[in-house]
Design a protein around this ligand. Structure first.
Ligand code: ADP
Ligand code: MG
Length: 375
C-alpha cells in the first residue's frame, strides 16, 4: 500500500512525505452498552488507512484519495469546507484541531485504505485518526490521545452528520497489537487485555444487508433502557442487577424488562470475557459471544434473519464463538474459529447463505493490530 500511495503522491506533488497510518476496529463483546454507561471491548485491526503527508508552504490542504481517484483542495476556515464526503473527514479533523487551539499550515497528502467502507469496521474512524495523529505529530501540538479520539468523534458530529459515540475513534487511536481494550463508557477509564488467540482465527462474515429498522429501533431501545433504569432508581442500567430488575418487574412492560435483562447480562459477559482472557481461556470467550448473540436476538431483538442464520451455521460447524457485531439489523457477525475448522466453516457459510439469500456473505479475517502511528 505504501508504494501505491507514494507513486500517486510523487506524481501529483513531486516530493516525498512522511507516512502515518491508523486502523479500523472490531468489538469483541459489549453491544448496546455504551449509552447504558457500560463497557465496550474493542480492538484495532490489520486493516486501516495510510497517508503520506508533506507541508506545502501554503495555507491550503491538497488532498488526493487514491482509492476514489479524487482530488480536493481546501483552506482551514469554516467556509472552505469541501463538497466530497471523503474530504470532509480530513477537513473536519483540521477544523476540530483548530477549534482546540492548534495552529496548522498547508499540506499535501495522498491516502488509501483497506477497511471495507460501511461494513462495520469503521473506516471513517481509521481515516480521522490517521490525520488527527499525523497533524498532532507534524505540528507538535501536544494533544493527548483521548483528545485525538474526540477530534475524530467531533468530526463525525460536526462535518459528516454522524452522531457516533467514542468507541470507534478510541479503538483506532489506542489500539495495540495483541491487545483488546475494555472501555468504561461512563468514566472513560480503559484497560488493555491480552488477546493472543493461538490456534484460533477471528473472522467477520458480512451479511451485506442493512435493514431499515435500525434507527427507529435504536431510539426505542434507548427509551426502554431509560424507563427500566428510572423504575429501579438508577441513572444507568450499568448500575442495576437482576435482583433489582425483578423487584420492579410488575411496574415495567414485559418488553422493557427484556431489554434491561439483555443489558444487565451484557455487562457481566464483558467482565467474564476479561477474566477469561487473563487465563487464555478462549472457550469461555466464545461461550459468552454466543450468549450475547442470543440476547441480542431474543431479548434485545436487534438481530435479523440473515444474522441469526450465520450464527446458526457457526454453531453447527462447531465454531467457538459467534455473534452479531454492531448495532444489529444487518452488518457482520464476528466469529472466533479454531484454525482447523476455519476452511470448512467459511465454505459452509458461503454455500448455505447463498442458497438461502441469493448472495454470498463477505469474509473478512482480522488480526488485532496497532492503531494510530507514524511509519
Ligand atoms: P464505516 O462504518 O466504514 O466507518 P462510514 O460510512 O462511517 O462507514 O464511513 C465511510 C466513509 O469514510 C466513506 O464514504 C468515505 O467518505 C470515507 N472513507 C473511508 N475509507 C476511505 C478510503 N479508503 N478512501 C477514501 N475515503 C474513505
Ligand atoms: Mg463510520
Amino acid at each position: 500500500m505504501k508504494e501505491k500511495i507514494h507513486a500517486k503522491f510523487k506524481a501529483r506533488f513531486g516530493a516525498e512525505g512522511i507516512f502515518y497510518a491508523s486502523a479500523g476496529r472490531i468489538n469483541l463483546i459489549g453491544e448496546h452498552t455504551d449509552y447504558n454507561g457500560g463497557f465496550v471491548f474493542p480492538g484495532a485491526i490489520d486493516k486501516g488507512i495510510m497517508a503520506e503527508i508533506k507541508l506545502n508552504g501554503t495555507d491550503k490542504v491538497r488532498a488526493y484519495s487514491v482509492d476514489l481517484d479524487d482530488y480536493a483542495e481546501f483552506g482551514f476556515n469554516e467556509e472552505d469546507a469541501p463538497k466530497a464526503s471523503w474530504a470532509r473527514y480530513v477537513f473536519g479533523v483540521c477544523r476540530e484541531i483548530i477549534k482546540r487551539g492548534g495552529s496548522l499550515k498547508g499540506f499535501d497528502t495522498a491516502f488509501a485504505g483497506d477497511v471495507p467502507l460501511g461494513a462495520g469496521m469503521s473506516s471513517s474512524a481509521a481515516l480521522e485518526s490517521t490525520f488527527a495523529f499525523a497533524l498532532n505529530d507534524i505540528f507538535s501540538l501536544g494533544i493527548d490521545k483521548f483528545e485525538l479520539a474526540r477530534i475524530g468523534q467531533s468530526t463525525e458530529h460536526n462535518y459528516c452528520g454522524v452522531m457516533c459515540g467514542i468507541m470507534d475513534q478510541f479503538a483506532s487511536v489506542f489500539g495495540k497489537e495483541g491487545s483488546l481494550m475494555r472501555l468504561d463508557c461512563r468514566s472513560m477509564e480503559y484497560k488493555y487485555y491480552p488477546f493472543h488467540p493461538k490456534g484460533y482465527k477471528l473472522v467477520l462474515l458480512d451479511s451485506v444487508v442493512k435493514h431499515e429498522l435500525a434507527s427507529s429501533a435504536y431510539n426505542k431501545r434507548r427509551q426502554s433502557c431509560e424507563t427500566a433504569a428510572k423504575a429501579m432508581g438508577v441513572e444507568f442500567l450499568r448500575d442495576a442487577d437482576m435482583d433489582m430488575l425483578n423487584a420492579v418487574k410488575d411496574r415495567i412492560s414485559a418488553e422493557d424488562y427484556k431489554r434491561a435483562e439483555y443489558v444487565i447480562g451484557e455487562k457481566q459477559r464483558v467482565l467474564d470475557v476479561c477474566d477469561a482472557l487473563e487465563r487464555d481461556d478462549y472457550e469461555t470467550v466464545g461461550a459468552r459471544m454466543y450468549e450475547t448473540h442470543y440476547g441480542m436476538s431474543k431479548l434485545y431483538e436487534v438481530s435479523c434473519e440473515e444474522l441469526d442464520f450465520l450464527n446458526d451455521i457457526a454453531k453447527k460447524c462447531g465454531v467457538t464463538g459467534s455473534r452479531v457485531m454492531g448495532g444489529g439489523f444487518g452488518g457482520c457477525t464476528i466469529n472466533l474459529v479454531k484454525d482447523e475448522l476455519y476452511d470448512t466453516f467459511i465454505e459452509t457459510a458461503k454455500a448455505e447463505f447463498t442458497a438461502k439469500f441469493g448472495h454470498e456473505p463477505k469474509v473478512y479475517p482480522v488480526v488485532i493490530s496497532n492503531g494510530a502511528r507514524k511509519l
